[in-house]
Design a protein around this ligand. Structure first.
Ligand code: CTP
Ligand code: CA
Length: 218
């Protein structure tokens, strides 16, 4: 069994992870969602706990069990995720795996009725949690974003690395069928260059990433 705070290469480190989708309400009974399953973020949280880290996992709406030794905070919206991340600081490492909705809707307070015809939704931008951490006074010393891209994978990841002031972008090539799938193909983009990882099960990607993080602290 996995013990909280067990010995390991990351013992004494606090690792903050976001995972899953966000849900943005349209009215009291409807939301805008996305296809993130949360599997990759939860696998990273499990691997981090197994490496001895103290792990805070801020999770959007997913149906996954909490990994052993992980402190989980459930949220629904991007704004709630941003608030939960802020409340969990300071952290040595932040790994932002969540598929955060870029926009929220100005939600109706009462259920929209079909008879009133198709609604005109008004959108407002959500806070960018990764970019906020990039310039935060309590910035984690290792700040890692994810980027799911269908094209120009490495170029898009490089531009996110600099615009969000992250240390690493884990670029996930989603041109195949990986959203909700069991495998990922990763290009790790850092200021030093690009590491191309072979396609692997999400659990193996998680262990590889955690080993790579442990290397940074050794
Ligand atoms: N992210 C975040 N808060 C947001 C949007 C994104 O923290 N409001 C984080 C994601 O968790 C991920 C990284 O930023 O670690 C990149 O997300 P992505 O959606 O690829 O980047 P965007 O800047 O939103 O660009 P786009 O969706 O246009 O590709
Ligand atoms: Ca986005």
């Amino acid at each position: 069994a996995v013990e909280v705070g067990q010995a390991g290469p990351l013992s004494g480190k606090h690792i903050l992870i976001t995972a899953g989708p966000t849900h943005e309400p349209i009215d009291p009974v409807r939301v805008i969602a996305n296809r993130s399953s949360g599997k990759q973020g939860f696998a990273i949280a499990a691997a981090a706990a197994q490496a001895g880290a103290r792990v805070t996992l801020v999770a959007g709406p997913v149906s996954l069990p909490t990994p052993g030794g992980v402190a989980r905070v459930d949220v629904e919206t991007a704004q709630q995720m941003a608030d939960a991340v802020e409340a969990a600081l300071p952290a040595d490492v932040a790994i932002l795996v969540a598929a955060v909705a870029d926009w929220r809707v100005e939600a109706a307070t009462k259920k929209l009725k079909k008879g009133d015809g198709p609604p005109e939704l008004r959108f407002a931008p959500n806070p960018d949690i990764l970019a906020t951490l990039g310039t935060h006074p309590d910035r984690p010393s290792l700040l890692i974003g994810f980027a799911a891209e269908t094209n120009d994978v490495v170029a898009n990841a490089r531009s996110k690395l600099s615009s969000k002031k992250a240390d690493w972008i884990v670029a996930n090539d989603v041109s195949g069928n990986v959203m909700g799938g069991s495998h990922n193909r990763i290009h790790l983009v850092t200021s030093d260059g690009v590491e191309d990882w072979p396609e692997a099960a999400k659990e193996d990607v998680a262990r590889h990433l955690i080993a790579r993080i442990a290397q940074e602290f050794s």
